[in-house]
Each structure stands twice: as structure tokens, then as C-alpha cells.
Design a protein around this ligand. Structure first.
Ligand code: SF4
Length: 194
């Protein structure tokens, strides 16, 4: 099965506890004002990646966890389910974190989405609301909630400071993390944030 992704980072320490493989999926219809990742909105076929190969890549790396963001991963529900189920087999010590613009209530109201929850350790849910922006953790705005769906990741371990990483992906400079800087201004300078 193929999943449409925007990009990946093979090792990150600013997207949750431990050393994490990070996947940004392609496609999101939520259109949040001043979304950090508008280039992920389109559902055009960006990088169609074989999920088994992606999981093999994760398995062969030394990461302790996986973070899946977007775009909205739940806008490819069947692909997300398959991906999560395969990652679960790896039994990573720092588990799986997933971001979504859907609330957990909306996810639980749709059987195709809900079944993914069995394979997620922490869900960070809800739209990004500019007026409620916060700058002290993994969530972008105060309406977004952390849902601990297993005991693998504690609330203490998921608290992070304003750390960022800079990755060079070909010609793209990609900054990931949650910096206390004006992302929109930096984007206008051609620097990509994820
Ligand atoms: S849900 Fe996330 S990716 Fe989608 S528009 Fe909102 S902030 Fe952007």
C-alpha cells in the first residue's frame, strides 16, 4: 500500500521524547489561518511511498519513536491505519505520536478513523487557531489537547522547550520544532518550517 507524504526526517529530538523518525503526510483540507505547513494542504500526489518500505526504514534506523504529522494524517485513513499497525510491530520504546486537525471526538465518530487510535500512544488533536497560539510545547494553540492513549509516553516526557533543528533536504532548508520566532516571516525568506 502507498501513502502520500510530504517529507520525512530520519532522526529528530524536537518532535517528542527520544530520537524520533518524523513523517509529514501530504494533504489537509482544514485550511487553518497561518498554518505552519500550507505546502502540505494539496492532495496532489507528492511522494507516494510504499508503506512496507517506510516501516523497514524505520526499523533499520536507531530511533526510539515515531511522530506523524501533516497535512492531516487522518485524511488518508486506510493508509494511516496500515502504517500505524506496522509500526506497532516494532514496539518502539518512545511510541507513536500523531497530530491531527480532527478532534478526538470527530475521530471516534468515524469508524475508519477510530480504528487508528488503537495504535497511537499520544494524539495531539484539533485545528490550529491563530488567536489561541501558544509557544510552550508541542501544541500550536491552546485548544489542542494531548490524549494519552497508552502508558508508553508520560506527560512529563512530552514537555519540551523551544528547541529547533535545521535539516538540509536537498536544496530545501527545513526547520522543525517549536521556535519562539515568526514562522511566517521566515517562510517569506524561503525557509521551510515543519
Ligand atoms: S490541520 Fe494542521 S496542517 Fe491542516 S491546515 Fe490546520 S494547522 Fe495546517
Amino acid at each position: 500500500m502507498l501513502i502520500n507524504i510530504h517529507s520525512t526526517i530520519k532522526s529528530s529530538r524536537v518532535n517528542g521524547p527520544g530520537d524520533r523518525f518524523v513523517i509529514w503526510t501530504q494533504g489537509c483540507r482544514k485550511m487553518c489561518k497561518n498554518c505552519y505547513n500550507p505546502e502540505t494542504w494539496s492532495h496532489y500526489k507528492n511522494n507516494l511511498v510504499d508503506i512496507d518500505s517506510l516501516v523497514e526504514e524505520i526499523k533499520n534506523s536507531s530511533v526510539s519513536g515515531v511522530t506523524i504529522s501533516g497535512g492531516d494524517p487522518f485524511e488518508q485513513p486506510e493508509e494511516l491505519f496500515y502504517l500505524l499497525r506496522e509500526i506497532k510491530q516494532l514496539d518502539l520504546s518512545d511510541g507513536v505520536i500523531v497530530f491531527s486537525g480532527y478532534t478526538i471526538r470527530e475521530i471516534r465518530g468515524d469508524s475508519k478513523l477510530e480504528k487508528c487510535l488503537d495504535y497511537i500512544d499520544v494524539l495531539i488533536d484539533g485545528l490550529y487557531i491563530e488567536e489561541k497560539r501558544i509557544t510552550n510545547g508541542l501544541a500550536g494553540s491552546s485548544n489542542q489537547q494531548f490524549h494519552y492513549l497508552s502508558d508508553k509516553i508520560s506527560s512529563d516526557s512530552i514537555e519540551i522547550d523551544q528547541e529547533v533543528e535545521i535539516h538540509l533536504l536537498g536544496e530545501l532548508i527545513q526547520i522543525t520544532g517549536f521556535p519562539l520566532i515568526d514562522r511566517m516571516h521566515m517562510k517569506s525568506k524561503g525557509i521551510s518550517f515543519m
